[in-house]
Write a protein that binds this ligand. Sequence first.
Ligand code: SAM
Length: 231
Amino acid sequence: MMRFDVLTLFPEMFKPIKTSIIGRAIEANKIELNLVNIRDFSKDKHKKVDDTPYGGGAGMVIKPDVVYDAYKSLENKDRNPVIYLSPQGSALNQKKVKELSKYNHLILLCGHYEGIDQRVIDEIVDEEISIGDYVLTGGEIPAMVLIDSVSRYIDGVLKDESIKEESFSNGLLEYPQYTRPEVFLGRKVPEVLLSGHHENIQKWRKQQAILNTKTKRKDLLENYQIEQMSK
Ligand SMILES: C[S@@+](CC[C@H](N)C(=O)[O-])C[C@H]1O[C@@H](n2cnc3c(N)ncnc32)[C@H](O)[C@@H]1O
């Protein structure tokens, strides 16, 4: 069971994550998704949550007090990680995803506009995570990326094998996958996959995984070879 508390100005953006595999995991109580609307904590009669930046410049900055009050409304007695989704954070990768899945509670803070007043980030955030070197309008899509990728490691969300064999799990990209029909537009499924010979199939898949990684992500293959040599 994993609980995600998400502090956001746009809880309605999280509809897509409640679909398909993650949606079913939420329904089956394998995952709990608690969306907290930061705006509910505004003391302003117009429910204002942002203001112009000190020192001037473009855009609006989310006020520290509303974010702090939204955070304080949550229970975090065990001091589980508070993660700010930010383009300035360290890049999310499969190793980090796996690491995060060991917790049973994560608190995700989504920025919007120009970002969030630095003082509340300094006060409550343990870690900043980015989903890549580009800037999005808000932290909601990054939060969904993190929730989706971490949830796949939570017991009962996927079949175990899916995680063991896939890209990045062993330092390589996955081998190509095929399903029926046996011939499609004149292209045949590789013979070995029809052979029923488990050992040969495993061998072929390993070779294909290496080839795939060599073609698409040479950088990964180099790290893989270094790791294999040190084993
Ligand atoms: C327009 S961005 C603010 C960018 C900020 N002014 C800067 O230059 O670092 C608004 C919000 O979107 C989120 N965000 C944007 N790009 C992101 C990324 N690559 N990874 C994670 N979060 C991102 C963050 O929560 C951020 O506070």
